[in-house]
Design a protein around this ligand. Structure first.
Ligand SMILES: *[C@@H]1O[C@H](CO)[C@@H](O)[C@H](O)[C@H]1NC(C)=O
Ligand SMILES: *[C@@H]1O[C@H](CO)[C@@H](O)[C@H](O)[C@H]1NC(C)=O
Ligand SMILES: *[C@@H]1O[C@H](CO)[C@@H](O)[C@H](O)[C@H]1NC(C)=O
Length: 123
């Protein structure tokens, strides 16, 4: 019971924050971090990319700039797929508020992913 109340409280708080701050959300509120995993794939270092939606709204159709991106480790196209001028994250599905998605790749050098577009959906 206490746990249920607690999660209700969290949901209410999140939606309050969401209503208050949504207008300030932008594609720039996607934080991209990446680190080497310590594993090698075909003798190239593997990197794990984490994309965090730092905005209290849904962000869908998230595209990352990926001009010149290469990997020897195949990436599930449902995680990241070339699309037009960028790479579409999670097949265009919505990222929830403060949620994150990650994928891994392997290449000689780290690729500087940046968010280039997204559809922000605040209700
Ligand atoms: C958006 O941000 C500005 C400055 O950071 C702030 O003054 C304003 O209240 C914010 N708007 C909302 C709706 O939170
Ligand atoms: C990557 O490493 C930095 C410091 O080395 C750490 O602060 C950060 O949390 C790590 N990020 C991920 C996604 O593991
Ligand atoms: C990926 O997105 C396309 C276009 O929105 C959709 O038709 C397809 O069903 C999606 N694939 C999966 C596995 O969700």
């Amino acid at each position: 019971m206490a746990a249920i109340l607690q999660s209700l409280l969290v949901i209410v708080l999140l939606s309050l924050i969401g209503q208050g701050m949504c207008q300030n959300c932008s594609t720039g509120d996607l934080l991209i971090q990446q680190n080497q995993t310590g594993t090698n794939v075909q003798s190239k270092p593997e990197f794990k990319v984490t994309v965090l939606n730092e905005c209290p709204c849904l962000q869908a159709n998230v595209k990352l700039g990926c001009d010149g991106f290469q990997t020897v480790e195949p990436i599930d196209p449902l995680a990241l797929a070339k699309s037009g001028n960028g790479c579409l994250l999670i097949n265009g599905s919505s990222m929830g508020p403060f949620s994150q998605v990650s994928f891994t790749y392997a290449w000689d050098t780290q690729f500087p992913f940046t968010p280039i577009s997204s559809d922000i959906n605040c209700n």
